[in-house]
Design a protein around this ligand. Structure first.
Ligand SMILES: *Cc1c(COP(=O)(O)O)cnc(C)c1O
Length: 530
């Protein structure tokens, strides 16, 4: 079979010459086999891994900004020009090449001015776990591919469930991320909602009428899940938020009533503990009360806010989370774990059966009867990484209080940053987050809102292009805003002040160069944020 031409533009450059000896040295099975990790290759394993670690360490030590600002058009040909059918034959040369095409222009989340997304600096014990789990390469689907790893994962699910305060029947499984955890939880909720209905026609009708309620600030993965679960296009009903961007319980009550009157069964309410955009936490006790009264499944999406589970001072912000029927936790956001490390937890282990299928070759029903602990019986995935090892080593080396203290610290840093922006007349801020998010907008008096929109977008692009800082952008009530997501305890107020100054400088220059957008209208006509 011939493959189509590589879609990455080759930029018309001639292919650089490679020493031919290198490309043939791996031509025999014996030579190739020496690359497989086995008793005879442990020296190579040690050396190669150590060299890779050294390359990363040197880069980490040397970076002076979170990003080089390289544009996609500059980088694409570097990757595109590489001839994948002509191996370099040794890892040193491959690492040199990799430095050119990746490491040199990577985005560095350990840098104090890396403020854009929910990527955290990573705990070294977790990196140790990552290196070990990939070398041993267990797959967590069945006991006979995993053995003890199965119990490590189960202990961590149990540990997390205890932290949440779920009951003795709680259970769960690690997943690839919050998106998958939300999908998994909503699959279970859908199956519970449809459990009593067996007739095929009646099931089809019910499926088309099921609704999911979540706030306007809920994560978009809820919409994706609804689509994958075969629900109607209008199945996700958004509930309005209050001025603090938290789901309004009265509005939830009204939507629950409206759905009941319209005979639209609500299969789940998704509350968010840490909205991605605002870092706000829905009022969980009040939402849980309303769900219990209506007999509706409560899913809590704590992908971001889960770090509070180990917080020494802020754990109470999650009060009510223990009433969830299911919840999502992303250790790779607020537990300082490398991607990926996430889990879905459920209050009652029995609901996990909705994702159980028995395959004769893998996990026959007989194995379940014999109490063989096959995690695939609980998971949407089959082959699955031993991501739990990273959290395990982090807890065994650092302990939960240390992780919680780090997360507390970034929440405090973000609170300081919010106050800085709030008292600065050049900026307007949105809802103060109890977590680590600051949403704001450059908007001095007298600047037309449309011009401010453009100036904020321009400032963000300029920051990225210079690599001086990485900040996120979002839209709030139709207006362009900027966002800091602080997950790095090394970020200081001086870093925040510097970045705010840079934003004001870029935005101010843009506004100055586009004077037609200026307005003489007074302050009350300038942009305002709820
Ligand atoms: C990040 C996030 C998700 C998605 O999680 P991934 O791990 O990126 O798949 C879901 N919900 C919330 C609230 C999030 O912040």
């Amino acid at each position: 079979m011939t493959l189509p031409a590589d879609p990455v533009p080759l930029d018309g450059k001639p292919t650089p010459a490679r020493p031919d000896a290198l490309s043939t040295s791996v031509g025999t099975v014996a030579a190739a086999q020496a690359y497989l990790l086995a008793d005879g290759s442990v020296d190579r394993y040690r050396q190669v891994l150590a060299d890779g670690v050294d390359r990363v360490a040197r880069r980490v030590a040397a970076v002076d900004r979170p990003f080089t600002g390289i544009a996609p058009d500059e980088l694409a040909p570097l990757v595109g020009d590489i001839e994948l059918d002509r191996p370099l034959g040794d890892h040193g040369t491959a690492l040199d090449e990799l430095d050119e095409v990746w490491l040199r222009d990577a985005v560095w989340f350990h840098h104090p001015r890396s403020l854009a997304h929910l990527n955290c600096p990573v705990a070294i014990p977790a990196l140790l776990g990552e290196a070990m789990l990939t070398a041993v390469n267990p797959s967590l689907d069945t006991w006979d591919q995993s053995a003890g790893a199965t119990f490590i994962e189960r202990r961590l699910i149990g540990w997390t469930a205890t932290r949440v305060g779920l009951g003795p029947s709680a259970d769960g499984v690690f997943t690839s991320g919050g998106t998958q955890s939300n999908l998994h939880a909503l699959l279970l909720a859908r199956e519970e909602a449809m459990a009593q209905v067996t007739d095929a026609d009646a099931r089809a009708v019910l499926l088309s009428r099921l609704r999911i309620l979540t706030s306007t600030a809920g994560h978009f993965s809820v919409q994706k899940a609804a689509k994958l679960l075969g629900l109607a296009p209008d199945a996700v009903v958004t509930v309005e938020t209050d001025a603090a961007r938290r789901m309004c319980p009265q509005a939830l009550g009204r939507e629950l009533d409206r759905c009941r009157r319209a005979d639209l069964p609500v299969m789940a309410v998704v509350a968010t503990a840490g909205t991605t955009d605002f870092g706000t936490i829905d009022p969980l006790p009040e939402i849980a009360r309303r769900c219990a009264a209506a007999g509706v499944w409560l899913h809590v999406d704590a992908a971001y806010g889960c770090g509070l589970l180990v917080s020494p001072t802020r754990r109470h912000l999650l009060d009510g989370i223990e009433q969830a029927d299911s919840l999502t936790v992303d250790y790779h956001k607020s537990f300082f774990q490398p991607v990926s490390s996430s889990a879905i937890l459920v209050q009652d282990t029995r609901v996990l059966r909705h994702a159980t299928y028995h395959a004769d070759y893998l996990n026959p029903a007989r194995a379940a009867a014999e109490r063989i602990p096959n995690q695939v019986d609980k998971s949407l995935q089959t082959t699955r990484r031993f991501d739990a090892l990273k959290l395990w080593l982090t807890l065994r080396v650092m302990g939960p209080d240390a992780i919680g203290a780090l997360f507390d610290e970034v929440c405090a840093r973000a609170d300081d940053a919010w106050a800085l922006a709030d008292t600065d007349p050049r900026f307007e801020v949105v809802a103060r987050s109890p977590l680590s998010t600051v949403v704001f907008r450059w908007c001095p008096t007298g600047i037309a809102p449309e011009l401010a929109d453009e100036a904020n977008r321009h400032a963000r692009n300029q920051l990225t292009a210079s690599g001086a800082a990485m900040v996120a952008g979002t839209t709030v009530d139709g207006r362009a805003h900027l966002k800091f997501t602080l997950l790095n305890p090394a970020t200081t107020s001086a870093d925040v002040t510097l970045v705010l100054d840079l934003i004001a400088e870029h935005a101010g220059r843009y506004a100055h160069d586009h004077p037609l957008g200026r307005t003489d209208r007074t302050a009350d006509m300038s942009c305002s944020v709820v």
